[in-house]
Design a binder for this molecule. Structure first.
Ligand SMILES: [Fe+2]
Length: 339
């Protein structure tokens, strides 16, 4: 069922942590940064980035579906040159994704003080640029951080889905095999109505809080430029993001680890995962399969609203086994642990 996102124009750090960050509640902050949709605004955003070189790629879900490698030889160009390309070729599929935000840009736009409260983990900022009609495939992020996404130019439609609904989304690693980008808006809403979801239209200057591990799908309603701030990852989740593959079981455990005050439960989960990680395996796929089996058992033990079912295990493992690009991701994590 669709949820109404809380919307505000201003919020202090303490209220943000208590009412949104700790309970994992999305929040929309309207007009956080001064902006307009005018051409002048685009020019000022472009000038922020100057001639800083940034990578341009095709969306990686398209490579996954083509069953090719995820490796790309990206073009490198300035934001200004990429915007010119998008204006000249409106159907251009390329995008700038997860490009590190230049320090000079961060200095000018400022890092939101809402990121300071947790005091753990390292803050990371990325920049995203793509043309009207482009999208970000339904996925959850792999670094276990909370996210503030600031829209600098253009509008985006953002769908957020609570991790408890992962089993409904045909999850394959951190991607959903629901191809929302191929559906009309009504169709998207109909499909998502069985989930706890939020739909938000971000306008230039708006900033949205995306709780860690939440699924998100993004449609570019205009050519868009945005910057995110990623923060607040707890030490257990930093370990998980650095050593384990991502799937809906790991996602759900990470959410639990972020929210619980039960130290014994945290220790038990980490000990169980590390034990599985330290074993020897005959293949990377076996390591992946054994670790996720253990993670699914831990979900049943510790996550109250867990509704994961065997079909998620079976479906996902068959997809990974049959898709070379996915198998290479798993090998990247576990090949070193094979006897
Ligand atoms: Fe993302």
């Amino acid at each position: 069922m669709q949820q109404v996102i809380t919307t505000t124009h201003t919020i202090d750090s303490e209220s943000f942590i208590q009412s949104f960050l700790n309970p994992h509640q999305p929040l929309l902050i309207k007009a956080y940064a001064p902006a307009s949709t005018s051409k002048k605004q685009l020019q000022s955003v472009v000038s922020l980035f100057g001639s800083h070189p940034m990578q341009v790629k095709i969306p990686y879900i398209e490579q996954l579906q083509a069953q090719s490698s995820l490796e790309q030889n990206p073009e490198v160009m300035s934001l200004e040159d990429f915007i010119v390309r998008l204006e000249q070729s409106p159907s251009c599929r390329q995008c700038m994704v997860e490009e590190p935000t230049p320090a000079s840009v961060l200095e000018q736009i400022g890092i939101p003080d809402l990121t300071w409260g947790r005091g753990v983990g390292e803050l990371v900022s990325n920049t995203f640029v793509a043309g009207k009609g482009n999208h970000a495939q339904l996925h959850f992020d792999c670094d276990q951080r909370h996210v503030l996404l600031m829209q600098l130019f253009g509008r985006k439609r953002v769908f957020l889905i609570h991790p408890k609904d992962s089993p409904k989304l045909l999850p394959v690693l951190n991607q959903s095999w629901w191809m929302l980008q191929n559906m009309a808006l009504d169709c998207k809403r109909h499909l998502l109505s069985s989930c706890e979801y939020w739909e938000v239209e971000l306008e230039p200057g708006d900033m949205i809080y995306i709780p860690m591990m939440f699924w998100h799908h993004i449609d570019y309603l205009d050519t868009g430029v945005s910057v995110n701030f990623r923060f607040g990852n707890r030490p257990e989740n930093t370990f998980i993001s650095e050593h384990l593959h991502r799937d809906s079981f790991i996602q759900r455990l990470s959410l639990f680890l972020d929210s619980t005050d039960d130290d014994l439960a945290r220790q038990a989960i980490m000990t169980a995962l590390k034990e599985r990680l330290s074993e020897s395996y005959s293949s990377a796929f076996e390591a992946y399969s054994c670790i996720r089996q253990r993670a699914s058992e831990l979900c049943q033990l510790y996550c109250e609203d867990w509704s994961g079912e065997q079909f998620v295990l079976d479906y996902e493992e068959s997809m990974v086994r049959g898709t070379p690009a996915l198998m290479r991701i798993i090998q990247g994590f576990y090949q070193g642990r094979v006897e």
